[in-house]
Design a protein around this ligand. Structure first.
Ligand SMILES: Nc1ncnc2c1ncn2[C@@H]1O[C@H](COP(=O)(O)OP(=O)(O)OP(=O)(O)O)[C@@H](O)[C@H]1O
Ligand SMILES: Nc1ccn([C@H]2C[C@H](O)[C@@H](COP(=O)(O)O)O2)c(=O)n1
Length: 231
């Protein structure tokens, strides 16, 4: 290297997609933290706009009512993987967006094309502003939001493994009911017309069913490092 110039890593864009409970958030946060990258939870953004619709009395079963106000809420995501944040019109909504009420309504709201256009634009601007690179996780990141991402990962796991993980989180929740709810949400997310949950043709699929979270993180960190090394 000439004149003692310091070599700085090029920003890297990593897209991690997959169904609910496959480990996208846990993996993405850890990978971003280990590699000094930003982190964006796009599901939190769809949950935030759903929360706003409910808080403002919008009928979530009425796509035209949702479309008419999709541009109103201001959603801001903090991208530090050690302390991600999400606000709507300045209000911290990190807790209320995780309620069962929002979870049961988010697929309907996120299927509305005007909502997707708004949130996709936001996601692209966050990714473009991440100086050192970013890990973005969701359902349509590799296919639609960031089709030129440097690395695309598609996480999968059996419905049984995913339900067991979620039931462990929601202390004492019934595993069968959790499994049915996951399958119902995946079916809605995969079958909507506008940018459904799907694996990009050039994504690396990682089945996490029999892997520990640490093994998944290690696998993704290795894939990013190989990509950076030009392998
Ligand atoms: N490989 C794994 N083995 C065991 N538990 C895991 C594994 N990966 C994730 N988990 C656990 O499963 C739960 C769900 O993980 P996480 O929230 O990361 O999934 P997700 O794909 O982001 O889900 P969603 O799309 O619903 O937000 C968490 O409690 C997490 O700690
Ligand atoms: N890129 C994305 C991310 C999320 N969604 C929708 C569909 C999910 O059911 C919902 C909540 O996501 P989660 O917090 O469970 O990851 O948001 C989407 O349509 N596109």
């Amino acid at each position: 290297m000439e004149n003692g110039a310091v070599r700085t890593a090029q920003p890297v864009i990593v897209a991690i997609d997959g169904p609910s409970g496959t480990g996208k958030s846990s993996t993405s946060k850890a990978v971003a933290a280990q590699l000094g990258l930003s982190y964006l939870d796009t599901g939190a953004q769809y949950r935030a706009i759903t929360w706003w619709m409910v808080a403002n009395g919008i009928d979530v079963e009425d796509p035209s009512a949702i479309a008419a106000v999709a541009g109103k809420p201001e959603i801001v995501s903090g991208t530090d993987p050690d302390a991600p944040t999400i606000t709507v019109d300045g209000v911290d909504v990190a807790a209320p967006i995780r309620t069962q009420d929002v979870t049961s309504k988010v697929s309907a709201v996120s299927a509305v094309p005007e909502v997707r256009a708004r949130i996709t634009e936001l996601q692209r601007s966050v990714a473009a502003a991440a100086g050192r690179g970013i890990v973005v996780e969701g359902r349509d990141i590799g296919t639609t939001v960031l089709p030129d991402a440097d690395l695309k990962i598609f996480l999968t796991a059996s419905p049984e493994a995913r339900a067991a993980r979620r039931s462990g989180e929601l202390k004492g929740a019934d595993v069968d009911a959790t499994r049915e709810a996951l399958i119902k949400r995946d079916t809605a997310d995969s079958s909507r017309k506008t940018s459904p949950l799907a694996k990009a043709d050039d994504a690396v699929e990682v089945d996490t069913t029999d892997l520990t979270l640490s093994q998944v993180i290690e696998c993704v960190v290795t894939l990013v490092e190989e990509k950076r090394a030009g392998k």
